[in-house]
Design a protein around this ligand. Structure first.
Ligand code: FES
Ligand code: ZN
Length: 273
């Protein structure tokens, strides 16, 4: 696993020893295994934990992450969505037309990008299964915009930090096995809001295909990177303006995070949840 990750970092020129690295850590097996691997490979990586206010699940994941960081003397910062921004993911999801996972996903992207101010690279623990299932979802709906942005490395553009995914060659079962072998205690419970998560459903489908044709996930994802992505405008820079509310990058007038937050904060007062 350590060699696979080192090879991925090298092949995609993700970062070098002099770069300041920030890793999004959730308390799950992937991000903690990756933190361990990067540290073993000699990189110095700070962690950022996003407390999303999802009941016990969030507090437990935070405890596990803190314990891991303390045991290895790693630097870790916490962003607390309810305390720092005034709403939780369940609150935000209650009054939106979007699914909980979509609100959660866009909030994480926003907060991680903001937290990475002062760092060169934002590292995330997306693995082979995550990426293959996301790709399948984008192909099934022909979401050409997302297809153009699915890549192991997203270079920095004005307002957006460089993002990299060193675990893309590693399957979910492997990170779980690695975590166990390395004695890493991680959050085994699934997020209680997972019902309706399309990526999870697609992962199950991909696992069935993988059983019948071993290696198909890898071929699907890496075939896309090597031969498909270029047809969807991969590498073209998005046209971004500044959000009128927070100043962050956005393609519209007000960014998606500010719109979600404004609704979540306004809702209880209007009583229209
Ligand atoms: Fe979708 Fe937690 S909000 S899995
Ligand atoms: Zn904004």
């Amino acid at each position: 696993m350590q060699r696979q990750v080192a090879r991925t970092i090298h092949d995609y020129e993700m970062f070098g020893g002099e770069d300041r690295l920030l890793l999004g850590v959730s308390g799950g097996k992937d991000s903690l295994a990756l933190w361990d691997i990067l540290t073993e490979l000699g990189y110095s990586v700070d962690g950022i934990y996003l407390h999303l206010g999802i009941g016990e699940y969030s507090s437990e994941s935070l405890q596990l992450t803190e314990r891991f960081a303390a045991s290895r003397r790693l630097e870790m910062r916490i962003i607390d969505l309810p305390v720092d921004y005034g709403f939780s993911i369940p609150q935000a999801a209650a009054g939106q037309s979007r699914s909980a996972c979509s609100v959660c996903g866009l909030s994480k992207r926003y907060l991680l990008n903001e937290a990475a101010d002062g760092y060169d690279v934002l590292v995330t623990g997306h693995n082979l299964d995550d990426e293959a299932a996301t790709l399948l979802g984008n192909v099934l709906t022909w979401n050409t915009e997302y297809l153009g942005r699915q890549a192991p490395v997203l270079p920095a553009v004005e307002g957006l930090v460089r993002k990299v995914k060193p675990l893309i060659r590693v399957a979910e079962r492997e990170t779980a096995a690695y975590a166990v072998l390395r004695g890493i205690e991680y959050e085994v419970e699934e997020c209680p809001m997972v019902a309706g998560n399309t990526v999870n459903r697609l992962k199950e489908r991909m696992n069935l295909l993988e059983e019948q044709s071993p290696g198909v996930k890898q071929q699907f994802l890496f075939g896309f990177f090597e031969r498909g992505a270029e047809h969807f405008g991969a590498g073209t820079k998005p046209e971004l303006g500044s959000c009128l509310s927070c100043g962050g990058p956005t393609t519209g007038a007000v960014c998606a995070f500010c719109r979600v937050r404004d609704r979540a904060i306004r809702l209880p007062e209007k009583g229209d949840a």
